[in-house]
Design a protein around this ligand. Structure first.
Ligand SMILES: Nc1nc2c(ncn2[C@@H]2O[C@H](COP(=O)(O)OP(=O)(O)OP(=O)(O)O)[C@@H](O)[C@H]2O)c(=O)[nH]1
Ligand SMILES: [Mg+2]
Length: 424
């Protein structure tokens, strides 16, 4: 199976339903008060990180995500049905990335969300709010509002989903023990392997597919006695395995003192960080293919603390399946971190701020809330327009435009729409 680690998708949330214009019908009353109901909100598109998901491959088939629209309101103040949210499960480690492509210069990337915890949620595209029905607009001096708000379009966003898996398994051991060889036979990684110490200088990552589970392992450079004082390659690279859940401790079966090799590594781990040293280990005594029966018998007697021990050969693949079973069991038994699961959001409530500026042949207003208000206004309806002008006045837009020189009748561009400048 191909491993999709990056897909570009287009997400369009549901539009809000329109509010409607309606008046009560009652016997003996020719025209009752306004009773137009509100439109339902559009469904949002929500990503949820789930540790059972292992790939973004399902997005290769469906790159266009659509959530349901809200339904228009009805008479008798009946609210329209809200559109269903579209909830999509993605692997833990999925990043949501936006690419900005400027007219000149290099495109730049911006990470909107980093879904690094199972259960983490991110609203990728927010459904549009429903429009208010005309029932909302009745006042003592204005009893027959002939307008209602339009529904707001759902957000649309084009993003890249990128899988940044977190290594759950770390492979540690002395130089030349066979760590990289092991990674190369249990995962898709093809690291450099050689018969000398310090072949691996930077960690290698590989994806392991085993019994329907997919997880990532990191093979790190060899550690030697005194590494905490900077000997060999030091211990800095241990930060790459700090977030792992299980360590495979590889030992060279041809070594003259395997027990001591094991202790050297554990001492160095402790010197680096107690939490790392306390992580569960699965011990793999490697290179058994070149051992004679006598040495094999000796080795089988060795115990390594409380950890399970496997006698393997990375080269002949001997004993790898039982080893991976133990790794998987240990992974499953490690409790999930108890910290609260994050919820990620892009936008807060509509922002009341706006900016006015001069445009060739008119004026321009930019602002989140004001642009939404214009979208929700039926611009062909005089009453609806009247309400919009009042809102512009209340928000101070009318005065700001006047200050910079706007005259009645000038055109004012707000978002995608252009209206006439009016003083009310
Ligand atoms: N006979 C035998 N040789 C092995 C086995 N596994 C690894 N080797 C050999 O051991 C040597 C070191 O292997 P690597 O996988 O590079 O060891 P490493 O632990 O990654 O070493 P560093 O990156 O230097 O820390 C290579 O020559 C491998 O071919 C095995 O199961 N049997
Ligand atoms: Mg190596």
């Amino acid at each position: 199976m191909a491993f999709a680690d990056e897909v570009k998708i287009n997400a369009k949330a549901g539009n809000g339903g329109d509010g409607i214009v309606s008046f009560r019908h009652e016997r003996y009353i020719s025209k009752g008060g306004p009773d137009g109901g509100d439109g339902g909100s559009g469904g949002s598109i929500i990503l949820v990180a789930d540790h059972n998901e292992t790939s973004l491959i399902s997005f290769l088939r469906n790159k266009n995500l659509r959530a349901e629209n809200g339904i228009s309101g009805g008479p008798q103040k009946k609210a329209g049905k809200a559109g269903e949210n579209l909830t999509i499960r993605v692997p833990v480690g999925t990043q949501v990335v936006v690419v900005n492509t400027p007219k000149r210069g290099k495109p730049s990337e911006y990470v909107l969300a980093d879904l690094d915890r199972s259960g983490g949620r991110f609203v990728l595209a927010k459904g549009g709010s429903g429009g208010l029905g005309n029932a909302h607009f009745a006042r003592a001096a204005f009893q027959t509002p002939q307008f209602a708000e339009l529904g707001e379009p759902g957000e649309e966003r084009e993003v890249i989903l990128r899988l940044k898996m977190i290594a759950e398994v770390g492979i540690i051991g002395l130089p030349n023990a066979g760590k990289s060889t092991l990674l190369s036979v249990i995962s898709n990684a093809r690291p450099k392997i050689a018969d000398y110490a310090f072949t691996t200088l930077v960690p290698n990552l590989g994806i392991i597919d085993f019994k329907g589970k997919r997880f990532m392992a990191a093979d790190i450079p060899g550690i030697i006695e005194g590494a905490h004082q900077g000997k060999g390659l030091g211990l800095d690279f241990l930060k790459h395995v700090e977030r792992t859940k299980v360590l495979i401790h590889v030992l060279d079966g041809t070594s003259s003192d395997i027990k001591n090799d094991f202790n050297v590594i554990n001492t160095e781990l402790k010197k680096y960080n107690k939490t790392l040293a306390a992580k569960p280990q699965v011990v793999a005594v490697n290179k058994t293919d070149v051992l004679n029966n006598k040495s094999l018998a000796e080795i089988r007697k060795l115990k390594f603390g409380k950890w399970p021990v496997h006698h393997i050969s990375a080269v002949t693949h001997l004993g790898l399946e039982p080893l991976l079973y133990d790794v998987l069991d240990t992974l499953n038994s490690v409790p999930q971190a108890a910290a609260p699961i994050p919820v990620y959001t892009i936008k807060d409530l509509p922002n009341e701020r706006y900016e006015v500026s001069k445009l060739r042949g008119g004026w321009k207003v930019v602002g989140d809330k004001i642009e939404r208000m214009v979208i929700k206004t039926d611009l062909r309806n005089e009453q609806a327009l009247g309400r919009l002008y009042k809102i512009l006045k209340r928000m101070g837009v009318q005065a700001e435009l006047k200050k910079i020189g706007a005259k009645e009748g000038d055109s004012v561009k707000i978002g995608r729409f252009t209206i006439e400048y009016r003083i009310v």
